[in-house]
Design a protein around this ligand. Structure first.
Ligand SMILES: Cc1cc2nc3c(=O)[nH]c(=O)nc-3n(C[C@H](O)[C@H](O)[C@H](O)COP(=O)(O)OP(=O)(O)OC[C@H]3O[C@@H](n4cnc5c(N)ncnc54)[C@H](O)[C@@H]3O)c2cc1C
Ligand code: FES
Length: 359
């Protein structure tokens, strides 16, 4: 199956010329090999192309094909693109094999993207937390650079099972002294290939590969207040984002809404308490439980994270920046709720944890 728009101009033998028009009038032009994936090639060129999952599920990389031809690797009818978008010529850049010269339109960003690299590492900490979560730290053989809210793919050395996890550390302020150890919060998924393997036994000392960084968690003026909504291990990028913004701004305040199932599932107390201690009264934490048994002595809010997002939350929805991280359904529900409450959609930054394995 191919998607086509307009007539392609003649391409060199094995190279295709890509012209990306940003919605703000900016333009990027580069050459890639025929059959390469559009998003992968753009990221390799250091272009700030919108993306998140890179597996055709989140829809962040949607791109309008102005002219040229691509072969979608996923059936567009099963993709997150709406019918109107497909009819208007939209494709997913992460799943688009380039067949010839292209002109495309995408919402380019202007962040200083860090180059993607692959680094070897060993597990330096494997620690079980409540709620079927592992605090996994990797000591890297070379320094790694990332921005708050980004993620990388990791794999045990020699294994083909690669999965994406968000860094929870705050990137070092001094870019000349990059991190050599990075941490992730990994939730066990029943039947999940990587997470079940990780849970089987203490993996301290196991050799890994890390490839990244990927993802863009949006930027906004650092003095803007943040409303951060985390479902489960979606807390990882939130810890990184809030920690970094507290350092960069002396006035921004943050409300973190953290959703887990029951009180026994509240994990990362150590890291949350450290953040709260550093932040003084600038961070407010609201933990909300979706499956806490009725009749328990939990005095806090109950329900899904969206239940905490009420007009009287004490947040100025018209000026706040939203940072949403967790599974796809949760993030989409929160996105809709925040827009209803008056948050500017351009100020909503979402990190959707979509399954990357095979169902
Ligand atoms: C950008 C990003 C950041 C992430 N960050 C984190 C993080 O910080 N912490 C964290 O815990 N997780 C995170 N994830 C999710 C993580 O990458 C893994 O997908 C997750 O840990 C499951 O991996 P697994 O190998 O254990 O399960 P898998 O073997 O991948 O399967 C998990 C479950 O999903 C089902 N499944 C798998 N693929 C599909 C599919 N395509 N469609 C429908 N069902 C499917 C399987 O049947 C199984 O029940 C992130 C994902 C993305 C995309
Ligand atoms: S659908 Fe392409 S990055 Fe998620």
């Amino acid at each position: 199956m191919t998607a086509q728009a307009g007539a392609p101009t003649a391409a060199r033998a094995d190279l295709c010329r890509i012209t990306v028009r940003g919605r703000d009038g900016s333009e990027e032009v580069f050459d890639i090999r025929r059959n390469d994936l559009l998003l992968k090639a753009a990221i390799e060129q250091g272009i700030d192309y919108p993306h998140n999952c890179r597996v055709g599920v989140c829809g962040t990389c949607k791109t309008r094909l102005v002219s040229g031809r691509v072969s979608p690797m996923v059936d567009l009818a099963l993709s997150p693109l709406k019918n109107e978008e497909i009819e208007a010529g939209y494709v997913l850049a992460c799943q688009a094999k380039v067949r010839g010269d292209l002109v495309v339109e995408a919402k380019l960003g202007h962040h200083a993207l860090l180059p993607v690299k692959t680094v070897s590492a060993r597990v330096s900490r494997w620690h079980k937390l409540p709620g079927d979560v592992i605090d996994l730290r990797l000591k890297c053989d070379e320094p790694v650079h990332f921005h708050a809210g980004q993620y990388c793919t990791i794999a045990e050395s020699g294994s083909f099972t690669r999965r994406s996890y968000s860094y929870y550390d705050v990137p070092p302020i001094d870019e000349d002294a990059p991190a050599t150890e990075v941490g992730f919060l990994v939730k066990r998924l029943p039947g999940g290939r990587f997470s079940e393997w990780l849970f089987e036994q203490d993996r301290t000392g196991t050799k890994f590969w890390i490839e990244g960084p990927y993802g863009i968690m949006g930027v906004d003026d650092v003095d803007v207040d943040g409303l951060c909504v985390a479902g489960g291990t979606g807390l990882a990028p939130i810890l990184s984002i809030v920690g970094e913004r507290l350092r960069k701004s002396s006035k921004a305040r943050f409300t973190i809404v953290f959703g887990v199932r029951t009180r026994a599932d509240i994990f990362a107390n150590e890291r949350l308490n450290q953040l709260l201690a550093e932040a003084g009264d600038r961070v407010r934490l609201i933990t909300i439980l979706s499956h806490e048994p009725q009749g328990s002595d939990w005095k806090g809010p109950r329900g899904l994270v969206t239940a905490a997002l009420t007009p009287d939350l004490g947040v100025d929805y018209t000026s706040v920046a939203g940072f949403l991280c967790g599974n796809l359904a949760m993030v989409e529900a929160v996105e809709g709720r925040l827009i209803e409450l008056g948050v500017d959609p351009d100020r909503i930054h979402a990190d959707k944890f979509v399954p990357s394995g095979t169902p």
